[in-house]
Design a protein around this ligand. Structure first.
Ligand code: FAD
Length: 419
């Protein structure tokens, strides 16, 4: 006999854990909470306060902060550790960071306490899974194996359990076995780049600033961490990345110093190097009968703009809002007409972001033609237009486009005390 739920979420990464916590926690203006399960074979432990900072970190936007708060996870995250960043400096290799050619954002200009937070992805995932469990979600430490959809429900099998639900949500990452089982096609593109991720110590303090340099061979970002070190994400063309991964720590640091133009003084590698071959992915449909995709299962973007998990959390909040709203109206949460509302809302938003990010990669990082040169010089020009600056800042804060309720300002009242 199958364990019955309203919703089964396949994958308890940050996005899956978030949608589960939101659905089970149901805000007061919406419907009664739903019976929710997550399938996640690799649940991370909440990191100890004195544990070294994990190598996988991400930049979380203001919108994500609000969603994490609505999901009940923000307090646990801030009680551990976060690194707010107050400024961004973005420049092209044809200019220098300290010149008028560099684009600078300052939270103070926008009347904000910061522009976002650098947080370990594992910490966010662990806090969200804890919040989901506190809201009544049941976690199965099992892998999804197969799916059978009927008019009334969807049946899900793992090696050791059988579950049934009115809706299954695929949050199982870029390779998404659920997406394949549901017959949802996706287009995958190869960027021909590898992202090298590591922690580095720098001669000069990072000044709570996220530094990003566009190079003709890729993009290099320094993200400020709470212990004074920086996390680098160096998305380099494969032919440059492979020797960098094989270089000694000293050779790597010298190459890094050249690539960042010594913006923070001499660097020293303070960790191993992780590598991620970069692919883009766009699911052709996000939904089918009784099935919806969220996060990397639906779309994968280049990490240069630090948007992947932020887009996924917006998917989670949007889908939870629409599902709870539909349930409050007595609608079937797995019905295609309900799920299509989610697809219409989020697919257009993520497509716009994906096209913009790919244009940044093509023009700012790799471009050599006249259009690319205009874009590269144009970085500094943005400083002179308050309207353009406001536009880009709103994008950086994740506060542009059509936002779900959980990402809007009123939700952040409780979280402001943690800033
Ligand atoms: C180098 C790099 C830097 C990045 N930096 C940023 C950044 O600064 N900001 C940002 O917003 N984004 C960033 N991203 C993107 C971000 O990491 C992803 O978008 C995010 O992790 C996606 O979350 P997710 O929950 O959708 O998927 P995942 O994190 O991939 O989680 C999927 C989950 O599904 C589970 N799963 C898989 N298969 C099964 C199965 N068969 N059954 C059950 N469970 C299964 C997995 O165990 C996993 O826990 C970066 C990405 C890279 C590569």
């Amino acid at each position: 006999m199958a364990d019955a739920f309203d919703v089964v979420v396949v994958g308890g990464g940050p996005v899956g854990a978030c949608v589960a916590a939101l659905l089970a926690g149901a805000s007061p203006r919406q419907a009664a909470p739903l019976a929710v399960a997550i399938l996640e074979p690799h649940r991370p432990a909440f990191p100890a306060v004195d544990a070294p900072i994990d190598l996988r970190v991400a930049a979380f936007s203001r919108a994500s902060e609000r969603i994490l708060d609505a999901a009940g996870a923000w307090q646990g995250i801030t009680a551990a550790r976060v690194s707010p960043y107050e400024r961004m400096c973005i420049w092209h290799e044809s200019s220098a960071a300290g010149t008028r050619g560099a684009l600078r954002f300052d939270a103070a200009e926008a009347g904000e306490p910061n522009l976002g937070y650098i947080i370990e992805t594992r910490l966010v995932q662990a806090a969200l899974l804890d919040a989901a469990v506190a809201a009544g979600v049941r976690i199965y430490p099992s892998e999804f194996l197969s799916l059978r959809t009927s008019a009334q429900c969807v049946r899900i099998a793992t090696a050791d359990a059988a579950l049934s639900a009115r809706l299954v949500i695929g949050a199982d990452g870029a390779r998404s076995p659920l997406r394949a089982a549901a017959g949802l096609a996706a287009t995958v593109s190869d960027y021909g780049q590898i992202a090298i991720v590591a922690t580095v110590a720098t001669e000069r303090p990072h000044e709570q600033t996220a530094w990003q340099r566009f190079l003709r061979t890729g993009t290099l970002a320094f993200l400020p961490l709470s212990d004074g070190t920086s996390s680098i994400v160096w998305s380099a063309d494969e032919k440059l990345a492979r020797p960098l991964l094989g270089a000694t720590a000293e050779e790597f640091a010298r190459a890094l110093d050249r690539a960042c133009d010594g913006v923070l003084g001499a660097t020293r590698l303070a960790s191993e190097r992780l590598s991620f071959p970069l692919h883009g992915l766009a699911a052709e449909r996000y939904v089918t009968e009784r099935c919806a995709l969220v996060g990397d299962a639906a779309h994968v973007v280049h990490p240069l703009a630090g948007q992947g998990v932020n887009l996924g959390l917006l998917d989670a909040a949007t889908l939870a809002e629409l599902i709870l709203g539909a349930c409050a109206e007595g609608e079937d949460p797995g019905a295609l007409r309900v799920l299509r509302r989610y697809e219409r809302w989020r697919k257009s938003e993520t497509e716009v972001m994906r096209i913009a990010i790919d244009a940044f990669d093509r023009l700012l990082a790799h471009g050599t033609g006249p259009l690319a040169q205009i874009a590269q010089r144009g970085l500094g020009w943005v400083n002179h237009s308050s309207e353009l600056k406001r536009f880009f800042m709103a994008r950086a804060l994740g506060l542009s486009g059509e936002l779900p309720l959980a990402a809007r300002a009123a939700q952040s009242d409780r979280s402001s005390q943690h800033r």
